[in-house]
Design a protein around this ligand. Structure first.
Ligand SMILES: Cc1cc2nc3c(=O)[nH]c(=O)nc-3n(C[C@H](O)[C@H](O)[C@H](O)COP(=O)(O)OP(=O)(O)OC[C@H]3O[C@@H](n4cnc5c(N)ncnc54)[C@H](O)[C@@H]3O)c2cc1C
Length: 139
């Protein structure tokens, strides 16, 4: 039994120290919930640059299969709660569309980009192309 499976088994049996865990944990990478030392061995997901078009959309080509999660390709191209939420809204809307429902659709707001930050982003892109660090990277 691997470390992750061992933890999952301990959770099933009542927690790492024998007490019942406060929450039902489905993810075997998570341990120590309800203790002062919770741990998570799972890899932290950050979308690698350029993967937007390789990730799945909320509406798949399978008629009754929809995806929601921070890995789904939505306008908020960031693995965040906002990205996961936007994908869930897109999935609900796609489901309503496919079933011909007349129910009101979820609001899907595009990513808000503050116009005053755009010159700074352009400046940063130029520095990046020149192999220079971000102007604020002083470390
Ligand atoms: C340390 C940390 C800090 C973060 N800080 C921020 C922040 O400040 N702001 C922000 O917006 N985002 C933050 N994030 C990212 C944010 O938490 C995630 O992007 C978001 O929770 C993703 O939501 P999700 O529904 O796609 O997936 P999750 O929240 O990961 O939900 C997936 C669920 O599926 C369950 N699951 C897994 N496998 C199975 C299975 N086989 N059967 C049933 N269930 C299963 C998991 O247990 C989990 O509950 C942070 C993430 C981490 C790890």
């Amino acid at each position: 039994m691997g470390a992750a499976e061992g933890r999952a088994e301990r959770h099933r049996q009542g927690g790492a120290q024998g007490q019942r865990p406060a929450l039902l944990v489905l993810d075997p990478g998570v341990d120590g919930l309800g203790t002062p030392y919770p741990t998570n061995d799972d890899e932290f997901l950050i979308h690698p640059v350029g993967t937007f078009h390789n990730r799945p959309r909320a509406a798949t080509s399978i008629p009754n299969f929809f995806l929601a999660g921070d890995y789904v390709s939505v306008d908020i191209d960031l693995a965040t709660m906002e990205g996961a939420n936007a994908s869930a809204r897109a999935a609900v809307n796609a489901l309503l569309e496919r079933t011909g429902s007349t129910a009101p659709r979820c609001t899907v707001a595009p990513l808000s980009r503050a116009p005053e930050l755009e010159p700074l982003k352009r400046h940063d892109r130029t520095r990046y192309r020149l192999g220079l660090r971000n102007a604020l990277d002083l470390g």
